[in-house]
Design a protein around this ligand. Structure first.
Ligand code: GLU
Length: 278
């Protein structure tokens, strides 16, 4: 069986133990399957991505003993592709401009008893004159995927979407995420759009990542179906926690791989700390 998996870090900080766990889990799985391991730099957040962090990613992965294929896919070099995917979705009426601010959406979600729903997200574009007025006034907007339109486009297949993860077959339920943002006024891609597109371009057959992204799989398989992309198998692994039982974050400097390296730890020590066999 063909097996291609990936590690897709964002260069917005130094890699820490949680990233090491993800990268090593994926790398070990590729080796065990006689498959391929690819790397992707998720640097679409150009305000927060830094070259220095990208260079550190290569250094840290190399120190961990991980080998990856080159050239590495860097999302900032593929913006035109995301733009054309977005245009395809737009031509099919599957996305719409949403002028609500993040704050307004968060407030609407907070007061909704059952999470995101069509009551919160409009599900379609504003009437043409209203939209034109907002555009003329230069108001910011986000392109949201319309679940209503996706349901109409796929018909019964929308409710029969299934993907495989570590627990077996799972029925996809994209409604639990609501109409997610796929791009913003001045930027052609969100994480969801770029990641789904790139997994397909890189031939990824197995998406291995932290369980904080488990919910996202419900949306990602819908995007794959709408865009005619192959569907990978999903494996979501446990998250690495700090001493207080909280999820490691980029701000936990002590857990960065470079801090561990500077303190004299080896990559085998890191594997032991993560309970991963070498
Ligand atoms: N770039 C994402 C992160 O740093 C990873 C997304 C993924 O693996 O799908 O958390």
């Amino acid at each position: 069986m063909r097996f291609v998996t990936r590690f897709a870090p964002s260069p917005t900080g130094y890699l820490h133990l949680g990233h090491a766990f993800s990268a090593l889990t994926a790398y070990d799985a590729a080796r065990a399957a006689g498959g391929r391991f690819v790397l992707r730099i998720e640097d679409i957040d150009q305000g927060r991505s830094r070259d220095e962090y990208e260079a550190a990613i290569y250094e840290d992965l190399d120190w961990l003993g991980i080998e990856w294929e080159t050239p590495v896919r860097r999302q900032s070099q593929h913006l035109a592709e995301y733009q054309s995917v977005l245009e395809r979705l737009q031509q099919r009426g599957l996305i719409y401009r949403c002028f609500r601010t993040r704050k307004q959406v968060a407030a609407a979600i907070a007061t909704a008893p059952h999470g995101p729903s069509d009551d919160i997200f409009r599900g379609e574009a504003l009437p043409a004159s209203e939209e034109a007025a907002k555009l003329a006034a230069g108001e910011a907007f986000a392109w949201r995927l319309s679940l209503k339109k996706a349901r109409a486009a796929l018909g019964p297949a929308y409710f029969a979407l299934v993907f495989e993860d570590e627990s077996g077959p799972v029925r996809a339920d994209p409604d639990r995420l609501g109409d997610v943002v796929l791009a913003r006024k001045d930027f052609p891609a969100s994480y969801h759009l770029a990641s789904v597109w790139d997994d397909a371009q890189q031939g990824v057959t197995h998406v291995i990542r932290g369980e904080d992204l488990r919910e996202a799989a419900h949306l990602h398989v819908l995007l794959q179906r709408l865009l005619g992309l192959p569907q990978p198998v999903y494996r979501h692994h446990r998250l690495v926690l700090d001493d207080d039982g909280k999820r490691l974050a980029k701000r936990d400097q002590a857990a960065t791989l470079r801090a561990l390296r500077a303190s004299g730890k080896s990559s085998d020590d890191v594997r032991r700390m993560l309970c991963l066999e070498g």
